[in-house]
Design a protein around this ligand. Structure first.
Ligand code: FMN
Length: 382
């Protein structure tokens, strides 16, 4: 399963603004200066990349990705392509451009879209059918890979249900070979099947260990199925986990800091079961809400050092690791054992929490991973 020397860590750029509290308007604006500070703090902390979200209330991810890459040395930008909102040829060219100007520091996140209203807000004609959206994503990724392919000098031709392209091109060629890795989130069956066919890193919002183990075996099953059905070589996938992080010297301090994030929100909002962000047809959002609902009597603790409390006020990957550096690093290693090799972490506010996690957590988790890698290498040679 997850190999210790292949584990990567990412942080997050809060392009809707942020602050110490959620459930109230952002207390800090996503200014160019703030985003620069967060990106540089993440780089200093030892994170290898930053996820830049996409959505109606976010600054545009490609513009921000380009900004972040220009102001950092090694940090990669994980930037979203959203079928329905962008043409695949334009998306391929934008990614290739960022790949070149950043000298190979772009990663691509494939975002299919959450729910009908989210798609309607972009004027997407496919706003009503969840599975058709994924079918279009499948075609979209074939086109993106096709126009990136240097072996199609005369351009790439494609005729599908959603795209009809002749001589599609993205020149000059990519710097990254064969192409920037495609990260992909979506926990529905249709999402998982498209990921099995075309993604490189399958992303999940944090859930208890057994749930994540279950999703990984399901994905491995789809990889087998695809190879059987097509007769093609079995593909492999890497697995990624997106989680919030509250790490402090003592466990007590960590839980106090975690609850403090919710301390300014309206108490009625905190306990209400009617959440705006839960009105969705996204499978992974429903799973996050089930975890929150079912852990109400347990202060939203859903596993060792794993807390669902933030789902009271925010959608998406709200589950947090809460604890000491030793505890949280042990928990992360348990997920590595389950097959996860990519962690995308963040905390409120993103600047201070990048610094704190860089000081407290990253050295510990990286030391433990290095020890494991060394032990693994020793076993192989003896
Ligand atoms: N959706 C967005 O609209 N914007 C994002 O920036 C975004 N980032 C995501 C990051 C991760 C780690 C994951 C797991 C999902 C993200 N999504 C984002 C949502 C997915 O792209 C997908 O549209 C959604 O989960 C619905 O999928 P499902 O019904 O297959 O579960």
């Amino acid at each position: 399963m997850g190999s210790a020397d292949q584990v990567e860590f990412g942080w997050f750029i809060p392009t809707t603004g942020d602050g110490p509290y959620i459930g109230i308007p952002p207390q800090r604006e996503a200014t160019q200066q703030y985003m620069t500070e967060v990106a540089q703090a993440a780089e200093r902390a030892g994170y290898e990349f930053v996820l830049i979200p996409t959505g109606g209330d976010c600054l545009d991810a490609w513009v921000v990705g380009s900004w972040v890459a220009a102001r950092t040395e090694k940090l990669k930008a994980l930037v979203a392509m959203r079928p329905g909102l962008m043409s695949p040829v334009l998306a391929a060219r934008m990614a290739a451009t960022l790949d070149r100007v950043s000298e190979g520091r772009v990663l691509v996140n494939v975002v299919t879209g959450h729910y009908p209203a989210d798609l309607q807000a972009t004027g997407d004609p496919l706003s009503l059918s969840h599975d058709e959206r994924y079918e279009r994503t499948r075609e979209f990724l074939h086109v993106v890979k096709g126009v990136w392919d240097p072996e199609t000098p005369g351009g790439f031709d494609y005729k599908g249900r959603y795209y009809d392209i002749q001589g599609g091109q993205s020149r000059p060629a990519l710097v990254t070979a064969p192409y920037p890795p495609l990260y992909f989130g979506g926990s529905s069956v249709s999402g998982k099947k498209v990921a099995a066919e075309l993604a490189d890193v399958y992303l999940m919002w944090a859930e208890p260990l057994e749930w994540i183990g279950g999703q990984i075996s399901e994905m491995e099953g789809y990889l087998d199925e695809r190879s059987r059905e097509t007769g093609e070589a079995r593909r492999t996938l890497r697995y990624g986990l997106r989680a919030q992080l509250v790490v402090r010297e003592t466990e007590e301090e960590a839980w106090r800091a975690a609850w403090s994030i919710l301390s300014q929100a309206d108490p009625a909002l905190l306990s209400s079961r009617e959440k705006l962000h839960s009105r969705t047809d996204a499978t992974n959002q429903k799973r996050q809400m089930d975890l929150w609902n079912d852990s109400r009597d347990n202060d939203y603790v859903i596993g060792p050092n794993l807390w669902s409390g933030l789902s009271a006020v925010r959608g998406g990957g709200a589950v947090a690791f809460v604890g000491t550096p030793d505890q949280v690093s042990d928990r992360l290693l348990e997920f590595v054992d389950a097959g996860v090799t990519s962690f995308i972490l963040s905390g409120y506010p993103h600047l201070e929490e990048a610094e704190i996690s860089g000081r407290l957590l990253m050295p510990v988790v990286k030391r433990k991973l290095a020890e494991r890698a060394a032990a693994g290498a020793k076993t192989q040679t003896t």
